[in-house]
Design a protein around this ligand. Sequence first.
Ligand SMILES: [Zn+2]
Length: 272
Amino acid sequence: MEKFILRPTENGLWVGSFPALTAMGVAHGFSTRFGGSGGADGQTLDLGWKTGRQESVACDRKRFFAAMEIGDDRVATIRQVHGTRAIQVDASVLGRSGLDPEAYLGEADALYTDEKRAGLLLGFADCVPVLLFDPVHRALGVVHAGWRGTVSLVAQKTLLTMQRTFGSNPALCFAAIGPSIGPCCYEVDQPVIEAVQAAFAQPERLLRKSEKAGHAKLDLWQANSDQLIAVGVQEKHIFTSQICTAHHHQVFHSHRASAGTAGRMGLLAWLK
Ligand SMILES: [Zn+2]
């Protein structure tokens, strides 16, 4: 089985997914830049209210929901703030899907649920999308982890919240790390290096040598894997797409590669 695939949708988008998760009943997709109605070039799919053309963001969100075959009344989203708060989604809050700039649940960086067909939506451009799945209780979490979220252990904290809420056993859970900036491209400065050294037991696994003095290349994929392994997730249960958004910025939005002018891609996931 391929680890991560990109496929065209009937309405002209390209959506990425992990076939192993799909096979376990987790419907999910990572949008790309393809298939949009607006954006600077009139083609880029941009789901971000802060980044997209105001007249096209709602349209692009609808296109993504249509590509994924879910109605906006079954989707919930949040305003992401590089923190560690996770919000539980149940049927009563579905429909706050970001079709207008104020239609979100609250300020947070993760969503989790055990409700069937409750779509969890987050936005990204280089930050790491982490998907968490408990196949025993059948519960799902989605996490937004930039460097701040990563050193604050937002993925680990969300999994522990699922453990408290649903009794999820990390040893039986699965995780997937989607397209995001890779260690090949993610150069960080001293304050970030120090934050990584303070947060992780083995920072040498995460920081690589950089050509630039006082800098290092940070492996956010490994950092998110390591914090899940530290609470009992099995390494073989963690899937990483290994796709760097900065390298492949023609396909994916990349904050770094576009000097801050990137749009936003979506991760949308639900339990079948
Ligand atoms: Zn790269």
